[in-house]
Design a protein around this ligand. Structure first.
Ligand code: PMV
Length: 315
């Protein structure tokens, strides 16, 4: 039996991708910048199988539903036009809860498929292919800070050393979200009255973010990251119908974080298409901030994570 196994981590965008300028070619409206997190990942194995009628897709030890099977099978078309295989993906991250499980999932499938089908794509090319599985997944191919430039398929590492940062993920709700990011971003693009303003602002911010990363300027990175997340959520809320991923607990904790931010000036937060909050800090302040977060996050799991590698073959 032939088998290849790959691992990919989720990535968290400091500058957000929220909408496609070209949905056929998957070109984003905004330049996004992210880094991967070590505690959340997907492991995917691709194995040969006797059934040559169709691919078998197993997610978290269960046969995938029809839609996910179709999506993964379509993605595999970028790697093979004949052999049908068995894909087993296990998410070590809550699935579809705005924690970018699709990013680690598709990056790990791409990495495994590249090896299994002997495609020999470089990471640069593999990232371009990966965006057809999930846009944000393309950024999980690389380590360090990764930039996906607006209106293009250019996905590359930023030429700067990784900063000594960490992220507390506040697990407010692990349930699957009600509206998938693909549909939600399309709705924002088509109906939000602030969408064009957001795109213009986001693309300026990405330039400042890259410079802040190069300058190793934690506070500038944090300020822009928080603004980017809040602005993205504003485009969601101003959509018709409104998209609200926040839950009452999200707002409650956000108020507390803003207070902490004013008093200590040592943390910033970001959010994705879900209710969970991610708190960006300098690693040296980990213990102190963990204690403060425990006070305001009673009953909520707090997971600390640090920058991770890109996608790798493990077997
Ligand atoms: O890659 P998608 O289609 O799941 O979009 C994810 C978009 C956000 O996570 C909300 C932002 C980002 O840049 O990762």
């Amino acid at each position: 039996m032939k088998k290849t196994t790959a691992k990919a981590n989720i990535n968290i965008a400091l500058c957000k991708y929220w909408g496609k300028a070209d949905s056929v070619n998957v070109y984003p409206t905004t330049t996004s910048i992210s880094f991967t997190l070590d505690k959340f990942y997907t492991i995917t194995s691709i194995e040969s199988q006797s059934n040559q009628q169709q691919h078998t897709i197993i997610i978290n030890n269960q046969q995938a539903n029809e839609l996910d099977t179709l999506k993964v099978a379509r993605f595999l078309d970028y790697f093979t036009d004949n052999e049908k295989v068995c894909v087993r993906s296990t998410n070590f991250v809550p699935t579809k809860a705005g924690l970018a499980s699709s990013a680690s999932a598709y990056a790990s499938i791409a990495k495994a498929a590249n090896q299994y089908f002997d495609k020999g794509y470089s990471d640069e090319v593999l990232a371009k292919v990966t965006r057809f599985g999930s846009g944000s997944a393309s950024r999980s191919i690389f380590p360090n800070f990764v930039k996906w430039t607006a209106n293009t398929d250019n996905i590359e590492m930023i030429d700067a050393p990784m900063m000594d940062i960490g992220m507390f993920v506040l697990m407010i709700d692990e349930k699957s979200k009600k509206i998938a990011s693909t549909q939600a971003m399309e709705l924002s693009k088509n109906t939000s009255w602030i969408y064009d303003h957001w795109v213009e602002r986001a693309n300026k911010q990405a330039i400042d973010m890259e410079q802040a990363i190069i300058n190793n300027d934690f506070h500038k990175v944090g300020e822009i990251a928080q603004d980017s997340a809040m602005s993205m959520h504003m485009t969601m809320m101003s959509s018709t119908p409104s998209i609200v991923y926040f839950q009452p607990k999200t707002i409650e904790i956000m108020h507390q974080l803003l207070l902490l931010q004013q008093t200590s000036n040592q943390l910033y937060f970001t959010m994705d298409a879900g209710p969970n909050i991610k708190v960006l800090i300098e690693h040296k302040n980990k213990e102190k901030i963990y204690k403060q977060l425990k006070e305001i996050c009673k009953g909520i799991e707090i997971i600390y994570s640090q920058p991770a590698k890109g996608a790798i073959i493990i077997e």
